[in-house]
Design a protein around this ligand. Structure first.
Ligand code: ADP
Ligand code: MG
Length: 266
């Protein structure tokens, strides 16, 4: 099968001798939702950045639709892949509409600003994250969760087939978590886009992802379908705690999926 995204044997060393990625291989197939899990500092954000070509690797290679990201032009790359990093803080005075229109940058002609179609896509993207009507607000006038959704709308407006999101639901309430993932699943099923996302929410990952990869100290501890990864030994080995397990029939995929909750024994 053609891989949209492929990383083979990545080794990434930061200055100061921190090895963030250690022989890590990950891929993303067309029409797939793949979640990256793992404790703080396990290399999840570094992996997404490396996939986009934002780091000089010690060894290993990344491919976006078979191409080396370092050899792609920024417009070409932005048409194929988008990334929402953690903790981005756009300028407080920027209008929500203008932030989302930044996502159209790679589609604009060399001369001239966004046109009617770009504005339609901007409004559609805001609708997908339930921010319709907030176009004229300034970023400094949004709540943390609204700001996170505005940044997601900017990425969606890019209309790239590959979507990378780093903890996209960390500031969202349960309702918006579900509507965001449901919207992502629709994009994947109806438009053939693919999502690689980082999350600490094991249950949301299980419900909405086709595949999970569990990182630990820059390596992949476990990879597979949710029921193959969310098992007691694997979670205990990775997170060190105890977990309560169950299963539910999940509406989004219409099959039984596991859930796991951290549990204090004493
Ligand atoms: P995660 O996203 O899984 O929490 P990161 O990929 O952000 O983890 O970080 C992986 C490791 O690399 C951690 O040990 C972190 O402290 C370290 N690290 C991250 N960014 C840098 C940096 N710019 N310089 C040095 N070390 C870094
Ligand atoms: Mg991170």
């Amino acid at each position: 099968m053609v891989k949209l995204l492929e990383a083979r044997d990545l080794v990434l060393d930061y200055p100061g001798g921190v090895r963030a990625l250690d022989s890590l291989s990950v891929d993303l197939a067309p029409g797939e939702i793949h979640a990256i899990l793992g404790p703080n500092g396990s290399g999840k954000s570094s992996l997404l950045e490396a996939l986009l070509g934002l780091h000089v690797l010690t060894s290993g290679e990344c491919r976006i639709l078979g191409k080396d990201p370092h050899k792609m032009g920024s417009r070409e790359r932005a048409r194929q892949i988008c990334l929402v990093l953690q903790g981005l803080r756009p300028p407080e005075g920027m209008r929500v509409a203008d932030l989302v229109l930044l996502g159209r940058h790679a589609h604009l002609p060399w001369i001239g600003g966004p046109g009617k179609e770009d504005r339609r896509i901007m409004r559609e993207s805001l609708d997908l994250v339930d921010l319709s009507g907030l176009e004229d607000r300034r970023m400094g006038q949004l709540s943390g969760g609204e700001r996170q959704r505005a940044l997601l709308a900017r990425a969606l407006a890019q209309e790239s087939p590959i979507i990378l999101l780093d903890e996209p639901t960390s500031s969202l309430d349960p309702g918006h978590k579900l509507t965001l993932l449901a919207a992502m699943r629709r994009l994947v099923e109806n438009e053939g886009r693919s999502l690689l996302w980082v999350t600490h929410d094991l249950n949301l990952a299980s419900l909405y992802s086709d595949r999970l990869s569990l990182l630990h100290e820059g390596r992949c501890h476990a990879e597979g379908k949710p029921r193959e990864v969310l098992i007691p030994e694997v979670l205990h080995r990775t997170y060190g705690g105890e977990f309560l397990f169950g299963s539910h029939w999940a509406a989004p995929v219409r099959e039984e999926r596991p859930w796991a909750l951290p549990w204090l024994l004493d």
